[in-house]
Design a protein around this ligand. Structure first.
Ligand code: NAP
Ligand code: MG
Length: 510
């Protein structure tokens, strides 16, 4: 049972293993909170290593002995479409779950997150139909043969996601893994597991997947996550989260030479060219920097502005930031909700203090909003720093909050150097009226996604992922599916006779 009510009248969630909701093998639980007011929302069973073993073995058995890896791509596509349809019927409920659990404004979850997540599942279904077969060029060496690539599932995939964008993140991990015939053990973040639980609930009720194909474990990343990643029966690890944990995961996976894809942090530049349309830029920068309070890996956290535009642009941004509505994520008027946790708010405040110590200037924000409405949530004002130099920590380190660092530049060569002066390389945006010039600049930026006159917009058919320490491997689109496949070359001899073979020339036949 998923939805028991505990003594405290909170919903309680169990683990999902081998097609059943099961309690953990210990009594340990953890509580999930609403970051807007600190109220508990639910309790969850915390998995033990025994539970992780059971989940991995269920996925192993479903892969090694079950029908799933051998179902046709068309059948898998149908199931993914059915899952997307069933989730779509819960659209508004899912948006509310995500907003409460992660503190994301309801406008964002309603109009973006759920829609995008569903689009991604459907995109994977469509790609799955065409995916496994790839013809190779004709070859007559040494004789005529037919050669092609056959894509096969990797096996048991451990998938770990963070708390931000959880619904989408779950869709873009489960979608490609299932489309290509893998089995899964999934671990959401303990800070916001509820939308993932809703997806598993829907999958369970639909009852279209063979048992053991998808499994869900819950609990702290440092224990449950690490044990899962290191498990010898896991074939692939797909991780989204911080660069720090990503490094650890890569090391753990090395032991059994597991396949690994990592989607990690970012310190993404928004590069304004001198001819940019400033009305568009003001909107775009607010969107890039403060969407979901900047708690997005691809958030624009560095603003590179030509000296000539600096003061005008900063004045306009400050004025607009003062008008942004901070408040309850469940209110459709809210622009900025709370941060995910007290720990995250303290981290952001530490960085604001560091920026001041480094000599940068807070021109707007910088503190906690005042008033009773904010007293129990992890709120922080949207904050802009000017006078930032590229080597400062607030220009180099990922803050993961509503803090924008403005850096002035002299010429475009310098701007590109500053944009690329980072250990990260996830995303960037370039703003200009001259598309040709913008394209030239876009091609010189070392990042996995570059938007021109846009930011944040993910495309279910476009690869998303990082250069450098933002990770490797891509999610979404064909490249995303490829990460869940082994590549098999099949060679079929078409001559069907002894003459002309390589062996005829090199080994003497009798
Ligand atoms: P995090 O601390 O790295 O946690 C991410 C996930 O990993 C959570 O499920 C966490 O579980 C688990 N985890 C933690 N330690 C682990 C370990 N030692 N072994 C295995 N799993 C472990 O990141 P976060 O603070 O939740 O998320 C924010 C970070 O994610 C930011 O750095 C952001 O840039 C990055 N991010 C990247 C992308 C991208 O696509 N590139 C997208 C979104 C976010 P618990 O939370 O339950 O402990
Ligand atoms: Mg939460």
């Amino acid at each position: 049972m998923v939805h028991e009510h505990s003594a405290a009248e909170l919903p309680h969630y169990n683990l999902y293993i081998d097609g059943e909701w099961r309690p953990a093998t210990s009594d340990q639980t953890f509580t999930v909170y609403d970051p807007a007011n600190g109220q508990p929302l639910a309790t969850c069973a915390s998995a033990t290593t025994n539970d992780v073993d059971r989940a991995v073995m269920a996925a192993r058995t479903a892969f090694d002995h079950g029908p799933w890896p051998h179902t046709s791509p068309a059948q898998r596509a149908e199931i993914l479409h059915a899952i997307a349809d069933a989730l779509e019927a819960r659209n508004f409920e899912l948006a509310e779950i995500e907003s409460r659990d992660a503190g994301v404004p309801l406008r964002k979850t309603t109009y973006n997150d759920i829609t995008l997540g569903l689009e991604i599942l459907r995109g994977c279904a469509e790609l799955a139909r065409k995916h496994p077969y790839e013809p190779l060029p004709w070859n007559e060496l040494p004789t005529v043969s037919w050669n092609f690539v056959w894509r096969e599932p990797i096996g048991v995939c451990a998938q770990i996601i963070p708390w931000n964008y959880a619904f989408c993140m779950a869709a873009w991990k489960l979608g490609p893994a299932l489309a290509t015939g893998n089995t899964v053990v999934f671990k959401p973040s303990s800070l916001a597991p509820l939308s993932t639980l809703a997806i598993f609930q829907t999958i369970h009720e639909l009852n279209l997947l063979p048992k053991g194909v998808v499994n869900l474990v819950l609990g702290p990343g440092g224990e449950v996550g690490e044990y899962l990643v290191a498990h010898p029966a896991v074939d692939k690890v797909a991780f989204t989260g911080s660069t720090e944990v990503g490094r650890k995961i890569m090391a753990l996976a090395a032991q059994h030479v597991k396949r690994v894809t990592l989607e990690l942090g970012g310190k993404n530049a928004m590069l304004i060219l001198p001819d940019a349309d400033l009305d568009l830029v003001v909107d775009g920068v607010l969107w890039g920097a403060f969407y979901h309070s900047g708690q997005l890996c691809e958030a624009g956290s560095r603003l590179l502005v030509p000296h000539t535009l600096h003061d005008t642009l900063v004045d306009r941004l400050v004025e607009r930031v003062r008008g942004m509505r901070i408040g309850d994520p469940m209110d459709l008027e809210t622009d900025i909700g709370p941060l995910i946790s007290e720990r995250q708010r303290e981290k952001v405040e530490r960085y604001i203090a560091i920026g001041r110590e480094e000599g940068a200037t807070v021109v707007v924000g910088g503190g906690r909003p005042l008033g009773e409405a904010f007293s129990h949530g992890h709120y922080i004002e949207p904050t802009i720093f000017t006078g930032v130099r590229p080597e400062m920590r607030i220009a180099q380190e990922e803050i993961f909050g509503p803090v924008l660092s403005v850096i002035a530049y002299n010429d475009i060569g310098e701007a590109i150097r500053i944009a690329n002066n980072s250990i990260y390389g996830l995303a960037a945006s370039v703003w200009s009226r001259d598309l040709q010039h913008a394209l030239t600049v876009a091609r010189r930026i070392r990042a996995g996604t570059v938007w021109i006159n846009e930011h944040h917009v993910l495309n279910p058919y476009a690869p998303f992922g990082g250069y450098r320490q933002s990770g490797f491997g891509r999610e979404m689109g064909r490249y995303g599916l490829d990460e869940y496949t082994e590549i098999k070359h099949i060679h079929v001899d078409l001559m069907q006779r002894r003459q002309g073979r390589l062996w005829w020339d090199t080994l003497l036949p009798e």
